[in-house]
Ligand binder design. Structure first.
Ligand code: GTR
Length: 327
């Protein structure tokens, strides 16, 4: 095995950069923003990109990840990246829906049947087309990451039927799809940024929200919302975006390297994700959160007109057909 000591010894006194670089130590440090806590699979995947870039360029390129929302909301990160003030924004597609309408198809409820189905679509022509669409507005779509599936949870009661949600104030991300979906179920949608959700649940400004197991756990929202419902409604994935201006300013070979390393971070992220999701669910259930199965038919029936209204948009209908053909 080539250890660091042996590598340095074999360099015979030449001024060679070390094999491992601390985050942010490279000559050119790209900045990345994520709302999630340190250790979350998206944070770790971008950090892995930074380590890989540093290794491949002998310390010339690296990434510093500002996690836990240190650089603000996802909508802020998107705009900062568009204008070149931030290099990499890791956000959920829900934060992109209103500005990039093609992303609607990825967040729309009941479009994907499973993670495997979603991965097939994102890894193929549908994913490539949507990633490409970001370029029209100052961004380069580097990759999509997993976020599995979103479900409702609340601090009031078990939710089985849509009528159980009636009148509840439910936090949604800043996307019309989520606002319309929650409204179609008879609840009151409240748009809040991710960082505000825990306190809003705790102070009863809202009564519920919806997200995946990993986020529910790592944000500690499970401590203040004790009823989870397996609504499995949206597979809205994560998007990894880069400032088009910043990427365009790099040399062609560095540009190709960044794109390649981003693509390679996807399987890495997925392996972290699968493990973390199972651990998160187990921890939440152990902490006593009640899990209810829902009446899926009733949920689909209540929201069918709302979903159909989005699919009247020809581009979304076309993508929907493409996705369903891979089901
Ligand atoms: C999570 C996602 C975050 C953020 C959050 C939210 O699943 O990973 O990027 O978008 O949802 O609902 O705001």
């Amino acid at each position: 095995m080539l250890t660091r000591r042996r590598f340095l010894a074999s360099a015979a006194g030449a001024a060679i950069a070390p094999l491992a670089f601390a985050e942010g130590e490279a000559q050119t440090v790209l900045t990345a923003a994520d709302v999630h806590v340190d250790g979350y699979p998206t944070v770790e995947a971008v950090r892995w990109m930074g380590t890989t870039l540093a290794r491949e360029t002998r310390g010339r390129l690296g990434i510093r990840v500002y996690h836990s929302g240190q650089l603000g909301r996802e909508t802020d990160a998107i705009n900062l990246a568009r204008f070149g003030a931030l290099d990499i924004a890791r956000v959920n597609v829900s934060a992109l829906n209103n500005a990039f309408p093609l992303t609607d198809i990825l967040a729309l409820p009941y479009v994907f049947d499973s993670t495997a189905h979603m991965r097939r679509c994102l890894d193929g022509a549908t994913g490539r087309e949507i990633l490409h669409a970001f370029e029209a507005r100052g961004l380069v779509g580097l990759a999509f990451y997993d976020s599995r599936v979103r479900c409702f949870y609340n601090n009031r009661r078990p939710v089985v039927e849509p009528s159980d949600l009636k009148g509840l104030k439910i936090r949604v991300p800043p996307s019309d799809i989520f606002v319309d979906f929650v409204r179609a179920l008879g609840a009151n949608p409240t748009t809040l940024s991710y960082g505000e959700v825990f306190a809003a649940l705790q102070t009863h400004l809202i009564e519920g929200a919806e997200n995946n197991w990993t986020t529910f756990y790592t944000s500690r929202q499970f401590e203040v919302a004790r009823h989870w419902s397996e609504s499995l409604h949206s597979f809205a994935p994560e998007a990894l975006l880069m400032s088009k201006r910043r990427l365009g300013a790099m040399s062609p070979s560095d540009r190709a390297l960044v794109l390649d390393v981003a693509a390679k971070s996807v399987p890495y992220m997925r392996s972290l994700w699968d493990r973390q999701e199972a651990e998160s669910r187990a921890a939440v259930e152990k902490a006593g959160v009640q899990v209810a199965q829902i009446d899926r038919r009733a949920f689909e029936k209540a929201t069918a007109p709302m979903i159909a209204s989005y699919l009247r948009e020809p581009e979304l209908m076309r993508l929907h057909r493409q996705i369903r053909a891979l089901a």
